[in-house]
Design a protein around this ligand. Sequence first.
Ligand code: SF4
Length: 326
Amino acid sequence: MPRIFSGIQPSGELHIGNYLGAVKNWVALQHQYECLFCVVNYHAITVPTDAGGLRERTLEMAISLIAAGLDPERCIIFVQSQVPEHTELNWIFNTVTPLGELERQTQFKDKAQRQESVMAGLLNYPVLQAADILLYRADLVPVGEDQVQHLELSREIARRWNARYAPDAPYFPEPQATLTPTRRVLGLDGQAKMSKSMGNTVGLLEPFDEVWEKLRPAVTDPKRVRRTDPGTPEVCNIYHLHKGFSPPDTVSHVAEQCRTAGWGCIDCKKVLLESLRAELQPMHERAAELRAKPERIREILDDGAGRARAMARETMAEVKARMGLL
Ligand code: SF4
């Protein structure tokens, strides 16, 4: 069975952009593939973090993932720092990765521009990503469009290591991208990608009265100035969120009501709120159960790390043997 690896930063609670853009797809993939899903806390420390906050956000992310539908009986859920082989392979891959390739990465250039002093960890971030994936010799990686370049670098690193240490029969597969169906979810400002740093998110586990407080003023089609102005649903982010959460007949109804000015944007948002409630309410309940038993979360993560580590150790034994490392 093909193997899938994917990771998510411990930013705390998932938001609906993470859910539509990645995690909803993971929930489906766990039924078709052998899957490993990792909370990548080593990636998170490329920006300064406080220990207590990081610990809490890591556990909260694990709770969100399980509440969203990842089933520890069907997939491996673990935290990156519990499997030290990630950083071990990261170092080895640093020795086959040209500096120029790292400096050309768009995400590095964007982030480095905004920082006064750039840390080496930011530059080497995609090498750790390659180690994350190749440690498990994953065949497939579900990615959003902004991750395609990093995955190409992982393939390049696999090729370079294979060429040097496994020239006859490649040891590392070149992982392929499986593009996530909903590739980019905009925030409630309708401008930028939904992201915690932009303050334009709706939390997956946020109470619905708070969700409504955010939805009510959210940006819609700017041409709908008056209630009687017809709109163009395709330019409105609320319509795209309906496509993520509402049943198909509701989505058609939304488009029709918008184009004919049959209803106002507040009516439309109320329907969206009900669709969100229908999908997210069971997740709120699962999260509440998990939060009531913190030891259960630790058990799930320890078990996941144990299973991941057994695979990681096998890879490292082979890698070290081929490189002459004792
Ligand atoms: S009616 Fe709905 S889809 Fe149309 S502009 Fe308003 S919020 Fe957007």
